[in-house]
Design a protein around this ligand. Structure first.
Ligand code: FMN
Length: 360
């Protein structure tokens, strides 16, 4: 049965926590005029299809919301429970810590349940609201004014979101691995063979030493270079990566796990996107990733990509955006029993999020 409300609010309510009046005020003005359904307890969580969902998290002063932990447990046991849904997230804490980390955890868990997220799907309020200082200046208001405005914009973005589909999607794969030995590139090869018939696939290699990390130029300098699709350091990032990013419909980042993080060149690539980002937004481009770890921690690396490129840099996050595998010795990825099937399933998921179905 079609639900009559505009969207669903999932707002875990911990009875041991103080009511967060500030968050309720922000929420109420953000949803004014909309019809909403609200779930407050983890036990209310049931599979839904094609809904718009606003997750609202109150983290108090210690970052702990027991009802949210219960919700996470239910979600982690329900892999397809949010198929076709689109999510956004509003987080508030009486602390300077926890908001980003918990938001990332929740987006990752919901994404594994099949939920998509538009670019920049989070509005967070730390205790001081100092996280709004830059936006308040840009919007010519104070911190609370920025909080209210951005929370309202978040709802409008959630309602308006449409997944862009393409006749022949352009997919850009970025890596910094050695083709002769890399498990990650081998896994990408297994995915690529299932998409290249329907997509234009471009691969860019950022091998050791070719990418200098971001210089952290003053904003005006960064913006000045960005105006002409340039950056202080120039090089492969400006000559090859920026044009390819502007051209693509989807970016797939290929990440071996290095100390539970992306490797230095991938990290530098993300940081160097800042100059391009100063004049361009990426809301119409999807981000995917493949992570291979020697033993564990692939979820941490996927969350790093998701946090940087979806939550900060505005790429849209398709459902199940990451393919994670464990393999250490060169090419041992080939020994994982179901790896070919997992690669094919991931490729089909990419196509579902990118390709316009030909008219029947
Ligand atoms: C510098 C370095 C750091 C690594 N750190 C981790 C780690 O923290 N966790 C892990 O599970 N594997 C770690 N590994 C192992 C790689 O993730 C593993 O070899 C994987 O197969 C990498 O894929 P590749 O063959 O594409 O390089 C590390 C490897 C290197 C070279």
């Amino acid at each position: 049965m079609q639900n009559e409300t505009d969207f669903l609010i999932i707002m875990p309510e911990d009875d041991e926590q103080q009511v967060n009046e500030r968050q309720l005020m922000i929420l109420n003005q953000a949803i004014e005029g909309y019809q909403v359904e609200i779930w407050r307890k983890a036990e209310e969580f049931t599979p839904v299809r094609n809904r718009r969902i606003l997750f609202v998290l109150n983290l108090g002063s210690d970052g702990i919301n027991v009802e949210y932990q219960r919700l996470l447990r239910v979600m982690r046991h329900s892999p397809e429970s949010l198929k076709g849904c689109v999510g956004s997230i509003l987080v508030d804490a009486d602390s300077e810590l926890y908001t980003k980390a918990e938001a990332r955890e929740l987006v990752f868990a919901a994404n594994l349940c099949g939920c998509m997220f538009p670019g920049k799907p989070l509005v967070e309020g730390t205790a001081s609201l100092d996280n709004f200082l830059i936006q308040a200046r840009n919007l010519e208001t104070d911190r609370m004014g920025a909080y209210k405005k951005l929370a309202r914009n978040l709802i409008e973005q959630l309602i308006a979101f449409e997944l862009p589909l393409h006749e022949r999607p352009k997919v850009l794969a970025i890596h910094a691995s050695n083709r002769a030995t890399s498990n990650t590139l081998t896994l990408w090869g297994k995915v690529k063979q299932h998409i290249e018939q329907d997509c234009d696939v471009q691969e860019l290699s950022l091998q050791n030493g070719s990418v200098v990390d971001c210089n952290g130029c003053p904003y005006q300098t960064c913006r000045h270079f960005g105006e002409t699709y340039n950056c202080f350091y120039g090089g492969v990032i400006v000559e090859a990566v920026y044009p390819a990013i502007l051209e693509c419909d989807a970016l797939i980042v290929l990440c071996p796990n290095y100390n539970d993080a992306v490797s230095a060149n991938i990290s530098a690539f993300i940081n160097r996107l800042t100059a391009l980002f100063s004049r361009t937004r990426f809301y119409n481009k999807a981000v995917f990733c493949i992570v291979v770890s020697g033993y564990s921690g692939g979820d941490i690396v996927a969350k790093q990509i998701m946090g940087a490129l979806n939550m900060n840099k505005t790429f849209l996050l398709p459902a199940n955006f990451s393919l994670l595998a464990t393999a250490n010795d060169p090419f041992s990825i080939n020994k994982i029993a179901d790896i070919d099937q997992r690669a094919e399933d991931f490729a089909q998921n990419m196509l579902r999020h990118l390709r316009k179905e030909p008219d029947a």
